[in-house]
Each structure stands twice: as C-alpha cells, then as structure tokens.
Design a protein around this ligand. Structure first.
Ligand code: ADP
Length: 497
C-alpha cells in the first residue's frame, strides 16, 4: 500500500502563506464589490453593513494596526458612497442606513480588535509556556531528574520525558505502577511496595531510594521524593521528583573503598612503627617457653623424675604459648584487609584489646596508664578493627606527645563513661605539652602534623571512622596543660544470640 509522504514544515509554510494571500485578495475584491453596489445600486438596504465581513476576514490575516486601518477605510468608503449617490440631498432613510452601517463597522472593528488583543496575549503566554517547558526539560536532562505525577486512588500516572528516560520506558508506553515494579531490582521491590502503600494510605510526604534493573542487565540507583497535593477537582495527587543518583552512589562507594584502603594502610603503618614492641611482645612468651621446656627436661632427667615440677613446667609452657598466639591473633586481626563490618560489640573489649596491643609501647615510653572503665558491658554497633585503630591511634599520639617530657610523670588516663542520651564517651587525657589554640581547629584535617616524620592522616582517619559510626570526635586542650581526645558513639541494646 502506498502511503503519502508527510508534509515537510517548509511545504506547510508555503501552503499557509498562499492561503493568507488568497484571503487578502478576496477581502480587497469584496471591498470593491460592496463599494460599487453601495454607490451605484438604488436598493433601499444598508449594503455597507457587509463591510463587517471584510473586517472579520482581515482579522484573521492582518495585524491589529492593519485591521484598524481597514475598518477606518471601510467607514470612509461608506461615507463616500453615501455622498456620491446622494450628494447634498440628505434624506432621512438613506442617512439612517449609512449611520447603521457605520455603527456596525465600528462595533465589529472594536470586537475584532479586542479579540485579536486577547489572541495575541494568549499566544504570548503559550510561547512563554513552551519556553519554560523547554527550560524544564533541559534542566531535567542536565540534572538527571524527572517528574512523576500519581493520581490516587485511580493510580493514573504522568511521567516527564526525563523520568521515562531514567526508567528507559518507550514513549508510546503509558507507565503504570506495575511497569515501575517490573523495572525495579528484585532486592528493592519491597521498598517500592512500601512507598506505594504509603501513597494509598495518603501520607503527606514520601521518600525512597531503590535500584533499577535495566534491560541490558545494568543497575541504576534512583531516589524518589513525592508530596501530596490537591488536584483541580479536590482529589489527591502526588507530585514527585525522580533522581538518577547512580553516579553519586558509585562515587560514594569508591570513596568508602578508598577510605577503608587508606585506613588499612595506616593500620599497617602503625603496626610497622610498633614492630620492635610487637617483636618483644612475641619474643617474651617464646623465651619463657624455652626456659620452661629446659626446666621441665631437667626435672625429667633426674634419677627420680619430679613429675609434679614437670607438670607445672608444661602448664607454664601452655600458658606462655597461648599468650604468644593471642598477640599474633590480635596483630593479624588488625592487619587484616576486609570491608568494615558493623556488628554489636562491647567497647570494653575493644578498649582492652587495644591497650594490650600497645602495652609494650606504654612500658617503652615509661607512661603510667590508668584505665577507668565502667562496671557493665558497653554495647555499640561498629567495626571492631576500625574502633581499635582509633583507640590505638589516640593512645600512640598521647604517648608520643609526652615522650619529650623529662623529670615529670607521664600520666595517661583512659576513661569510659556512659552519657544520658544513650551514648558512650571515651576520653584519653594526657599531661603532655598540649595543643595550641592555633593548631586545635586543624587537628583532624588530613596531612596536619607537627611531627617531623608524621603523616598527619591518623586523626583524619579517626574522624572518618567515628563519623561512619554515627559518633563524633573532638579534642580539648590548653597549651602546657595536656590534651584530652574524646569520641562518643551511640550505644545499642544488647541482642542475645
Ligand atoms: P601524625 O601522628 O602523623 O602527626 P595525626 O593525625 O595522628 O598525625 O596527628 C596530628 C597532630 O595532632 C600531631 O602531629 C600532633 O601535633 C597533634 N596531636 C595529636 N594528639 C595529640 C596529643 N595527645 N597531644 C598533643 N598533640 C597531639
């Protein structure tokens, strides 16, 4: 079957301008005909009234100025025809007919001009509307944000072009809630269902974040915000914004990955700095194992073996070997490279493990360490290794700060306290040189260090770890009067497993 080719815009423009010319010529010819009949005929009717047809024809094809000029011309032609056909002999009936024609022309001209003015205003508004629609579509494309309307309870939907593009819905498709669900990632379908339930329950505001599974198997993350409004008929309608946040999500995940890699690198660096202490810590129980093994052998090699002494030597070997393996276990845990795992942990345990890991350093720096724990377990939700890293960092910083002090006791107190608002605070107070008011605001900035070989990343990593745990970290100090470094974390109710 042959199909007619669609008219091109240029062709339809030619058609429109030729029909305008036809109308203009028609209007001119009509004017001439009416004038001649009005002048030459002896009919007792107000022929000039027909000029209204000319004015109405012109209203479609001329500007307002031209229509006003045509109307004035029609009036003048009416007067001219009257004067030419009646001269100075002014009889009442022809004069009344002339007057009626002039009135009809004036009223028609007035109404036509008024109509044209409103038409022009409407066209200007339509033009503005198209422009703002184009702006909106451009802004939606640039910001990857579409809009969705949902009428309740009919669940009839309106989708902007960008919203369709995000969901990759065809233009011919009228999207529905079912289509939306079919494009949602199976793991997030419940989130969308609860959003729809909220809409049926007429919640004022709704918000959700979920993933889409695209036809090519890729994933998109979208965020949806919707607000309830009343439509023109007083019904319930939701106006929503749909944002494609895939790029932001990917960047956030990449940032988390690099943060945890950086945290791992600094953990390993810290362990490297503590290598001598760690070696000593492992060496000590190993030497004790050797000594006890030798002693045990001596008791065994006697003429009459003293089995009691042998047994206690073996028990000591067992406990020393256990001590060594504990040290190695702690170090292995700290140097492990795994993603952070937020589980319920007792902050006491974390504190004790951290102190055990730096015990050698405490002795080496001749620091008297006082622990002030609370009596009961302190449950927090967090990653054990990361929290250990924070505590070790703060302990080492405090010891290093005090290392330049001579002739004065190097005191470090570590206090754990539970606050009123369901949070726990760990405070490390030293009596070192303190921190100047100038340095205090920069302490947690990356690369801020006052140490000749410092990296300046320790406290910045501590802050990102504590932030990720929903807590806060801060320092208080007066130069010359020690420093206190504190962090607080939200506590959680113990879940018995
Ligand atoms: P680094 O230890 O590599 O310098 P940190 O981020 O751990 O990096 O510490 C930054 C700076 O904070 C240190 O250089 C030091 O000046 C200061 N600081 C941290 N803890 C203390 C403390 N207890 N007393 C005095 N200064 C401290």
């Amino acid at each position: 079957m042959n199909t007619l080719p669609a008219a091109s815009p240029a062709a339809s423009r030619v058609e429109v301008s030729s029909s305008i010319w036809l109308l203009r010529v028609g209007a001119m010819m009509l004017t001439v005909i009416i004038f001649l009949i009005d002048w030459l005929s002896s009919l007792d009717v107000a022929i000039a009234v027909l000029y209204v047809a000319v004015i109405l024809l012109c209203a479609d094809v001329f500007s307002r100025k031209s229509v006003a000029a045509v109307s004035t011309g029609c009036g003048l032609l009416t007067l001219m025809a009257f004067l030419l056909s009646h001269g100075t002999e002014w009889l009442v009936p022809p004069f009344a007919r002339c007057l009626v024609s002039l009135c009809a022309i004036a009223i028609t001209a007035f109404l036509a001009l008024k109509n044209m003015a409103s038409r022009d205003a409407l066209q200007a508004q339509i033009h503005l509307l198209h422009r703002s629609e184009a702006f909106l579509a451009g802004a939606q494309r640039l910001s990857l944000t579409g809009s969705i309307g949902l009428k309740m309870p009919s669940a009839h939907m309106y989708w902007s072009d960008e919203a369709r593009r995000i969901f990759q819905f065809d233009e011919s498709l009228q999207p529905t809630l079912e289509y939306m669900m079919s494009r949602t990632h199976p793991d997030d379908i419940e989130d969308l269902k609860s959003l729809i339930e909220q809409a049926y329950a007429r919640h004022a505001n709704m918000e959700a974040e979920f993933r889409l599974l695209m036809p090519d198997g890729s994933c998109k993350s979208v965020r949806m915000l919707a607000q309830q409004v009343q439509d023109a008929c007083g019904g319930c309608e939701y106006i929503g914004a749909l944002m494609d946040v895939t790029a932001a999500k990917n960047a956030e995940e990449a940032l988390h990955r690099s943060q945890s890699q950086l945290a791992h690198v600094t953990r390993v660096t810290t362990l490297g700095e503590m290598a001598a202490s760690i070696a000593h810590e492992v060496n000590q129980p190993l030497s004790a194992v050797t000594t006890n093994a030798e002693a045990g052998l001596r008791w065994l090699n006697r003429e009459v073996p003293n089995l009691g002494e042998v047994r206690s030597a073996i028990e000591r070997i067992k406990s020393e070997a256990h001590r060594a393996s504990e040290v190695i276990r702690r170090i292995r845990t700290l140097s492990r490279k795994t993603d952070p795992q937020h589980v319920q942990i007792d902050l006491h345990d974390v504190l004790h493990e951290s102190v055990e890991l730096v015990r050698r350093e405490v002795i080496r720096h001749r620091v008297s360490l006082v622990l002030c724990p609370v009596d009961e377990p302190v449950w927090v939700k967090g990653d054990r290794v990361q929290l250990q890293q924070v505590i070790i960092n703060l302990l080492i910083n405090a010891m290093q700060a005090m290392s330049g002090m001579h002739g004065k006791e190097r005191a470090l107190s570590v206090q754990l306290s539970k606050g009123e608002g369901g949070e726990v605070t760990l405070c490390l107070q030293d009596n070192g040189p303190g921190i100047s008011a100038q340095n205090l605001p920069n302490l947690f900035n990356p690369f801020f260090t006052t140490k000749p070989e410092g990296m300046g990343m320790g406290l910045s990593i501590c802050r990102s770890i504590i932030d990720a745990h929903g807590g806060r970290i801060w320092a208080e100090s007066e130069l010359g009067h020690g420093a206190s470094l504190n962090f607080s974390l939200p506590t959680c109710e113990p879940v018995l497993s």
